[in-house]
Design a protein. Structure first.
Length: 449
C-alpha cells in the first residue's frame, strides 16, 4: 500500500512539473561556432536530461571495465581463501580422527592457499606429532616463536614436548618463559607450579601456587593441602640448613593450615619434642588424632609418655580412644600399651574391638604377642602369625602416580618424582624407592627458606 502511494506521489510530481512548464512557454537559443540552435524550453530540458543519462551510463561502463581485473583478482582470492579454510578444517578433523597422512596433506594444502602461518604451522606441528615425528613438530613450534602472535602457541608446544619426554628441567625453563608472555593463563600456572614443586624450588612453587588458586587453576581446598606440603618441605630444608626456628615455624604453619594432616602433625610434634616442648607436642598429637588416627602419631605419643609408669601410660593412651573411639588405630595403640603394662584383659578387649572394626596384620601380630606374653602359648602365637601372613597388607605411604611405597612420608615420590602423591593406604604393587625427601639430581634446585 505504501509503495503504491509513493508511486502515485511521484507520478503526481511529474505531471505537476509538466503542467508548470506548459503554462510557461519559452525558447532556448544556443549560438556556438557559427551555428544557431533554437528549441522550445521543454525540448532543451529533455535533451539535457538525456545527455546527462547517457554520460552517467558511459561513466559506469568505463569504471566497470577498469575495475574488472581487480574484481577478478578479489574473487580469486576469496575462492582461494575458502579452499584454504576448507583444507584447514579437514586437517583439524583428520587430527581429531587420528588420520596423520590426511592431516599432513591438508596442512600442506592450507599452507599453500592461506597466508596465515599461525594456523597452518599449528596444524602442521600437530600432524607431525600425530605421525610421531617430534623433530619436525619441534621445528614448527620453534618457527612459531619468531612471530609475536604465535610465540605463546609455539612455547606451549615445546613445553608439552618437554613434559612428554620427561625433560623437566627444560620444561620448567619453557614454562617460566611462557608465563612472561601470558602471566595469568590458568593451565600454565598449574603446570608451572607442578614443575617448580617437582624441582624442589619450594619458595617459588608457593608463590606460583597462590597465583594458580587465584586464577582458578587449582581448587581452594586442594591448594590448602598443597601449601601445607610445601611448608613441610621448607621445614625439612630449613632443618638441613641448621635453621631450627624456621623449621619449627614452617611446620607450625602447615599444621595450623591442616590440623588433621598427619605428616604436618608428626613433623611439628617431633620438632617440639626436640625443643623440649613436650606438652604442646602432646596436644598436637591429640588434636590430629581426633581427625586422622595414625601409627606414626601413636609412636610419637608413646615417646612422649615414656617417662611415666606403665599403668599411667595406659591411662594416657585412653585419651586417644576418647578422641576417636571407632578407629582401629585407637584400640591398637591402647592394646600395645596394655601389653607393656601386663594388663592382659584390657589388651585383649581392645584387640578384639580393633578386629571387629577391621582386622589387620598388626592386630594379628599383637594377638600373637599377647598369647606369648600372657599364656606362653607358642602354638596360639603361631596361629595368629599365620593369620597375619594371609591378612591384607598394612597401610603404608603409597604413591598414587606410580604405586611405589615408602616407609617415610615426603612431598616428592622418590620413584617417579610426583609431588604430593603419597597417601596412607595398602599398596597394590611394591616398588623399591628412594627416600621420598631425596630429590633426584636432575630435578634439584636451590631452595629458599
Amino acid at each position: 500500500m505504501i509503495r503504491a502511494l509513493w508511486f502515485l506521489l511521484k507520478v503526481a510530481v511529474v505531471i505537476a512539473a509538466a503542467i508548470w512548464l506548459a503554462d510557461r512557454p519559452g525558447t532556448v537559443s544556443v549560438h556556438w561556432l557559427g551555428y544557431a540552435i533554437e528549441a522550445p524550453f521543454w525540448v532543451a530540458l529533455l535533451v539535457t536530461l538525456a545527455a546527462l543519462g547517457i554520460a552517467a551510463l558511459g561513466y559506469r561502463l568505463i569504471r566497470g571495465l577498469i575495475r574488472t581485473p581487480q574484481r577478478i583478482r578479489r574473487h580469486s582470492r576469496a575462492r582461494r581463501r575458502e579452499r584454504g579454510y576448507r583444507a584447514l578444517t579437514q586437517g583439524m578433523v583428520a587430527i581429531a580422527a587420528g588420520d596423520a597422512p590426511t592431516a599432513r596433506k591438508m596442512a600442506r594444502k592450507a599452507d599453500g592457499l592461506l597466508n596465515e602461518p599461525p594456523l597452518t604451522m599449528l596444524l602442521s606441528a600437530q600432524a607431525a606429532q600425530l605421525q610421531g615425528d617430534e623433530r619436525a613438530a619441534k621445528q614448527y613450534f620453534q618457527a612459531m616463536l619468531e612471530r609475536p602472535e604465535t610465540a605463546f602457541l609455539g612455547m606451549r608446544g615445546l613445553l608439552t614436548q618437554a613434559i612428554k619426554s620427561g625433560d623437566r628441567v627444560e620444561a620448567l625453563t619453557l614454562a617460566r618463559k611462557a608465563r612472561g608472555l601470558q602471566p595469568n593463563t590458568p593451565w600454565l600456572l598449574g603446570t608451572l607450579y607442578d614443575l617448580e614443586a617437582q624441582s624442589g624450588d619450594w619458595a617459588a612453587a608457593e608463590g606460583t601456587l597462590q597465583q594458580a588458586i587465584q586464577a582458578g587453576a587449582i581448587p581452594t581446598e586442594e591448594g590448602r593441602r598443597h601449601r601445607a606440603v610445601l611448608l613441610l618441605e621448607r621445614s625439612f630444608e630449613a632443618e638441613r640448613r641448621g635453621r631450627a626456628d624456621s623449621a619449627l615455624s614452617h611446620a607450625q604453619a602447615a599444621h595450623d593450615m591442616m590440623p588433621g594432616f598427619v605428616p604436618a602433625a608428626v613433623r611439628l610434634a617431633r620438632l617440639q619434642i626436640a625443643a623440649d616442648r613436650l606438652k604442646p607436642a602432646a596436644k598436637v598429637v591429640e588434636r590430629a588424632w581426633r581427625q586422622s588416627p595414625h601409627p606414626e602419631l601413636a609412636e610419637i605419643y608413646r615417646s612422649l609418655v615414656s617417662s611415666y609408669d606403665p599403668l599411667a601410660r595406659v591411662r594416657l593412651f585412653q585419651k586417644l580412644v576418647r578422641q576417636a573411639p571407632d578407629s582401629a588405630e585407637s584400640h591398637l595403640a591402647v592394646a600395645q600399651a596394655a601389653i607393656e603394662a601386663q594388663l592382659w584383659g584390657e589388651a585383649r578387649q581392645h584387640l578384639n574391638r580393633a578386629m571387629e572394626i577391621g582386622p589387620t596384620r598388626r592386630a594379628f601380630r599383637l594377638m600373637a604377642e599377647l598369647d606369648r606374653s600372657e599364656r606362653h602359648d607358642e602354638d596360639a602365637a603361631k596361629d595368629w602369625l599365620a593369620k597375619a601372613a594371609n591378612a591384607p597388607e598394612d597401610p603404608v605411604w603409597t604413591c598414587n602416580s606410580c604405586g611405589a611405597v615408602s616407609h617415610n612420608w615426603g612431598g616428592l615420590c622418590g620413584h617417579c618424582g610426583a609431588f604430593d602423591s603419597l597417601t596412607w593406604k595398602a599398596p597394590t604393587v611394591a616398588v623399591p624407592v628412594m627416600e621420598p625427601t631425596d630429590i633426584p639430581p636432575a630435578l634439584a634446585r636451590p631452595a629458599t627458606v
